[in-house]
Design a protein around this ligand. Sequence first.
Ligand code: 7ML
Ligand code: ZN
Length: 874
Amino acid sequence: MSDERSVTSNAPIAKKRSDYQVPDFFIEQVDMTFWLEPSETRVLTKSKVRRNGDHQRPLVLDGDDLELLKVSINGIGINTYQCSEKQLSIAYDANEFELEIETQINPASNTSLEGLYLSNNTFSTQCEAEGFRKITYFLDRPDVLATYQVTVHADKQKYPYLLSNGNCIAKGEGDNGTHWVTWQDPFKKPCYLFALVAGDFDLVEDKFVTQSGRTIDLQFFVDKGNASRAGHAVESLKKAMRWDEETFGLEYDLDIYMVVAVDFFNMGAMENKGLNIFNSKCVLADPESATDEDYFNIESIIGHEYFHNWTGNRVTCRDWFQLSLKEGLTVFRDQQFSSDMSSPVTTRISQVKLIKERQFAEDSGPMSHPIRPDEVIEMNNFYTVTVYDKGAEVIRMMHTMLGKDGFRRGMDLYFERHDGQAVTCDDFVNAMQDANNVDMSLFRRWYGQSGTPEVSVKEIYDAEQQIYRIELSQHTPKTADQAHKQVLHIPVDMMLLNARGEAEALDQDGNTSTVLDLCESKQSFEFHGIKEKPVLDIFRSFSAPVKVHFEQSTQDMAAIMLHARDDFSRWEASQSLFTNAILDGVKHQGVIADNKIAFILDCLQQLLQNKPDDFALLGEMLSVPSYDSLAQKMAVVDVEGILASRQLMQDSIADALVDELHAAYSLCRNDGYAYQQEQIANRRLSNVCLTYLAKGQQGESLLLQQFERSDNMTDTLGVLKAARRYNVPVFEKLMSQFESKWHDDVLVLDKWFSLHAGAETDDILAKLDLLTAHAHYSNSNPNRIRAVVGTFAFFNTSGFHNMNGSGYRYVADAIIQLNRINPQVASRLITPLSEWQRYGEDRQDLMKGELLRIADQPHLSPDLYEKVSKALHF
Ligand code: 7ML
Ligand code: ZN
């Protein structure tokens, strides 16, 4: 097959949300037995099946890559079934029966890491979204809820631990050196929450006493030799358990909570009932090998998976179109948890960066979809920043509008109504609405409408009348999936400041902030008794996921940046100032007007003289916006222009503020590492300063000094990134020292891979070849692939966008190779190529050429098919 036809022939079919039908049958009880062997695992599944309603349709079960050994009903073998590649259809009259199915699977050859697979001598599973069908024929959909009993047989020496969901109820020895364990999960669950793990581990144990006085056993299973790195995850889990009790009154429900860390995993982690499975990089940490960011992520992901026990497991999704019901809500919960456990402002900054840099891009490209999608070919493609992070912003808006207590009332009602059920996003909004007696019919549109609303702001001050008016208008540009857009309900959190940063009273009661409800395409709001022209601080804390058009004066931005009380607003103002200046440079052949630079340098100088109490905030305010956030502001992205202008901004700061930066750098020293907020803030600020100082005279000696003194990965990586940034000659030398020290530690080695892959040097492609030839590289391990190919495609701007097309070709080659090995990972790498429409014509042609080459591959996975065909028909 050649040309574009290969994309359309044999095309997988999209499923539509509007086609939802209740299941024809329910499976209410499942009894499974596994005989684990690397390439010949047998699975016996006994299910209690009940017909749903009055019909004579056959029972149609999902299956994928299974060898069917036997089917029997009520204990009698049958052969009146039809078995096709993806389905097993059984016609049987009775309304209730016991179905027994025996299948054989090959975990050793399963490189997709979906279903049951063997890696590093460990059997483990990943069933969300539709991986259970790779284990046995089943009703693989989230609205079929059953209780599970699971017995696992395996070689005792190789696999001393045999784990599954729920409580261990029996165990024993078998023939030929085998043993077996039986697990029972008393809670009904959809099959995507099924888990099985067999292997040899170090076990780290702890206990947690719940609000009501029950003692829970906490068990962490990690690779041998890694027990000393599990402590932070264990503490994080205990914090999460306490937090959910205190914040939402939610208590854990089983007597045991297990977490397993594995090296081969497609995502971050998975919330399987009572048996979470984690990517080892989201569990293991110690100061020498993990950064502050790693510590932060571990706490947040441990929280996320724990919080799923209520938002996801006890109340689950009716169908996969409702994914944001559990994911948006659980991300919101983990964000609130992180904010309470660490620094609210830096937590919020990192969330907002993700939305602006990644979600806005997704929502304006070929894969644009609402947080509740309408059409899906491959569900794995919809674990997106839109469903997760825009989904969390939608929940946050409800929290903003209803207040903390109102939101809690809504959550309480949600659990009261739906515990044990599989429900929809509408059910959630109904609970919020009914608990608070408000009308959320307009707000609901956020679930069904894709695209980023753009809000224009105009301000009019009438000095004589002392009236200040703002005029807001909203417009959502059409997207790939939807031509017509509706008006949305947008909560606008705002404040008025005077030039000294003090807040004006907005009403008789003296309230200084308010949330305006923007519900029409144009709306204006008036404030009386305003004695001088105020400075408007609008969309405080990013109160809605929208783009704002507001021609605010640089003086006003500077006033907010330097004097506002609200930390997030100060950071945003700093970023707006930078963005304006850098984009001005892009417009003028890389030259930023002298007076603009001088104005910013003056602001930064004041900032450095008059430091905010929070050094982490200061570090963030001194950092210029990323390439991605700048590119987001341009209709046609000028790659070289942005890189040059951004570099000029950084160089100007580095040159002009050496003394101030050096003073700040020297000020924030820590004695001995602790993961503790003040220390984290010190490290953040000092490493931002170091990045600038690396350019100057003393650069190299400062880098060497910090590298030698460092007792933690944050400061070590700070040196390597700073050295790389200015191509300081010591970079290569320090990198090889780093490699010799850490070559046996895969998680740290990933940082080394990633540092190399992100280096914006002329010889980057040769370097990438060296990296993939490295003894520890493997294209069956997702962490390695992401460290090299992922870092290059997403973060090495000059390398990926090289005008000779070599960067695009490299990424396409990697995707083509991975198509057969791991479609999920391959599919995630295609995003940067699929955004061709944002670039100039030359680049567009090169990128589309690579997409066509991918489209032409025989045996293209549905994952890639869906993305490539959308990208090419954009
Ligand atoms: C969540 C997850 C998946 C996919 C984890 C897999 C999960 C589905 C799973 C929180 C923090 C970081 C990553 C994820 C994530 C994509 C992202 N149910 O729990 O959502
Ligand atoms: Zn999740």
